[in-house]
Ligand binder design. Structure first.
Ligand code: AGP
Length: 617
């Protein structure tokens, strides 16, 4: 969702903010802006619809050297995509003490109510955003400050009016510090070791390479970032307060784990492709990690879990990973398991009890719906566990137990490696919950999966050729049965999000109950033919074929009868992979989606309308 970067310090603030915003491009955005303070303290605003390049163009020829700047990449929620609705928002009051600018990530749920109240008090609004109400609220509270009160008090007072999950950073003409505040939205800050650069952002990645120790303020904590130009060498450059203005320890500290040098695309044209190719190595290192004493320690708690039921909640790809993990929990642990879309879970008054376990799956650990589901489970007294990639994320911090998927940073908006590692971590979790030790057989199966994926990647041209043949059809059905059904759903999601074509994942046997009406020679069926329910799957394919649908089979190697009924065929060696084989199939789906999108010429790493981490409900 929206990306925030703020800088105060001795260096070039705008350059640092632009670099941070560039790093946050992967999260998805539709406009970008910066506000910087010039030597005479005036606040200068530049913001543009579209890519960061548009903003940079607008800054050409502008003297933007500054020691204080805030910047933003916007993913529109309230108000259409245009320059005016882009952030930062800057007050146009003539009273210099009230001249402030703000950036915002999240949704102000009571924006209309506040806007109406403030209009009645003479405030006017330039944009259609919910964010601008916070700007006006802070202005009003600055106006009402007593002489001895500092601007941070105004920010605290203004924030108390805000409902919903939001993070803001405020910059003021009349005060040197940046003031940040948050509830339910990610925020992180830190300073360089020499204290010259002080940064705040919505994502630790923006701080990588500059800040080693990260501070994550808790909800309702206000963070004040002082410029090293303005404080003495012993004074803190970052301070934390509660909403009453008292100093607080309401923050977590963590070492920066992201190394910028490992995050370039290298020889790959897109991050998505790079991340697909990383999978064999990551599977091997996940296995090594969980076989090591540190990994065993992480799994230890899971061995104590004896829940009556497990409730998995997640969104998108992570939800499909949850469907895969459900099959492990039910077959290995013999525990009933339900998988819910996090956006629906809390609104259906779920029947959950404090004897159950709430399991949350998320790459980012910042998905608002998943966090809300977690909160509900906590309120109802459930023990919680998370399968998560980003250590230190909100989900991670709020879970009673965590299992890290160790995927490294995932930059492609379309999740690939995270899915594979989520499902594998779920496999390890179900093993531990069943009270089993990690055995050689399971370890070897992980290694076999890594090897098979490597072999498939080496034969990528075969998939590329199929992609070239089929990328221009009208619609696509991904079908699978049993344990391959989640792979069908995930395959269709991948294609939709990066190739912008209609695709649906279906249980193969369900097509004849309705969607088969859509089948004709312009529809492609990507049919997963697993070793189980084999004959029934082939009959389902025949039904599509009889209606002239084009068939791409992904099925057993050396199987001529399967190959014969398909127009195109991706042979896979399923032997020995057992319950892990859907992940092998899924890599074929990832490659197919990637190359179809490439033939279509879409923006694969930053698909339109999408955000990497969905921090609004
Ligand atoms: C997957 O390709 C997505 N872009 C999306 O569905 C994603 O999986 C979902 O938003 C959940 O994100 P999370 O794993 O960070 O919680």
């Amino acid at each position: 969702m929206c990306g925030i970067v703020g800088y105060v310090g001795r260096g070039d603030a705008v350059a640092s903010v632009l670099e941070g915003l560039k790093r946050l491009e992967y999260r998805g955005y539709d406009s970008a802006g910066v506000c910087f303070k010039s030597e005479d303290n005036t606040l200068n605003l530049y913001k543009k619809q579209g890519k960061l390049a548009n903003l940079k163009r607008a800054l050409v020829g502008v003297d933007h050297f500054s020691h204080s700047s805030i910047g933003h990449t916007r993913w529109a929620t309230h108000g259409e995509v245009n320059d005016l609705n882009a952030h930062p928002h800057l007050s146009d009051t003539l009273t210099t003490s009230e001249m402030i600018s703000i950036v915002h990530n999240g949704i102000v749920e009571n924006a209309k109510e506040i806007r109406d109240e403030l209009k009645g008090q003479g405030f006017s609004f330039k944009s259609d955003t919910d964010s601008e109400v916070f700007l006006a609220l802070v202005q009003r509270e600055i106006r009402n400050l007593s002489e001895s009160e500092k601007p941070v008090v105004a920010v605290c007072r203004a924030f108390k009016y805000i409902r919903g999950n939001s993070a803001f950073v405020v910059q003021g003409r009349n005060f040197p510090e940046l003031i940040a505040v948050k509830r339910g939205a990610p925020l992180v800050c830190g300073n360089s070791d020499n204290r010259d650069d002080i940064l705040v952002s919505s994502d630790p990645y923006a701080l990588a390479g500059v800040v080693n120790t990260l501070f994550f303020p808790h909800d309702d904590t206000v963070t004040v970032l002082h410029s090293s130009n303005d404080v003495g060498s012993m004074d803190p450059v970052i301070e934390f307060f509660d909403l009453e203005g008292n100093a607080t320890t309401g923050f977590d500290t963590k070492q920066q784990l992201i190394d910028v040098t490992t995050t370039d695309k290298g020889e790959f044209e897109h991050y998505m492709l790079k991340e697909i190719y990383e999978q064999p190595k990551l599977i091997r290192s996940l296995r090594d990690y969980y076989f090591s004493p540190e990994g065993q320690e992480m799994l230890k708690n899971s061995q104590e879990f004896k829940p009556e039921r497990v409730h998995i909640t997640a969104c998108g790809t992570a939800y499909y990973a949850g469907l895969g993990i459900k099959t492990f929990i039910e077959s290995i642990d013999n525990i009933p398991c339900q998988v819910d879309l996090a956006s629906e879970f809390r609104y259906r008054n779920p029947l959950i009890s404090n004897k159950d376990l709430g399991l949350f799956i998320s790459q980012s650990g910042e998905t608002a719906d998943t966090l809300a589901a977690q909160e509900l489970c906590k309120e109802r007294g459930l023990l919680t566990a998370a399968i998560v990639n980003v250590e230190g994320s909100t989900l991670y911090r709020k879970s009673d137990n965590n299992l890290l998927i160790k995927a490294g940073i995932e930059i492609g908006v379309a999740s690939t490696k995270a899915y594979t590692l989520q499902v594998l971590t779920g496999r390890l979790f179900s093993n531990a919950m069943a009270g089993k030790k990690l055995d050689k057989v399971l370890g070897e199966r992980f290694l076999l999966l890594a090897d098979r994926i490597s072999d498939l990647l080496a034969k990528v041209d075969m998939i590329k050729e199929i992609a070239e043949e089929i990328y221009n059809y009208k619609g696509y059905f991904y079908t699978g049965r049993g344990k391959y059904y989640p792979s069908a759903l995930e395959g269709a999601l991948k294609l939709k999000e990066i190739a912008y074509v209609h695709a649906e994942g279906y249980a193969a046997g369900e097509l004849k109950h309705g969607p088969i009406a859509l089948i004709d020679e312009e529809i492609v069926n990507i049919a997963i033919i697993g070793p189980e329910l084999y004959e029934k799957t082939l009959s389902n394919i025949e039904e599509i074929k009889a209606r002239k649908g084009v068939i791409v089979g992904i099925g057993p190697e050396g199987d001529d009868s399967a190959k014969e009924i398909c127009d195109y065929y991706v042979p896979l060696n399923f032997k020995g992979l057992e319950e892990l084989s859907p992940l092998y199939v899924n890599v074929a789906n990832q490659l197919l989606a990637y190359y179809m999108a490439k033939f279509k010429g879409t923006d694969i790493d930053k698909p339109r309308n999408l955000a990497k981490s969905v921090t609004v409900e």
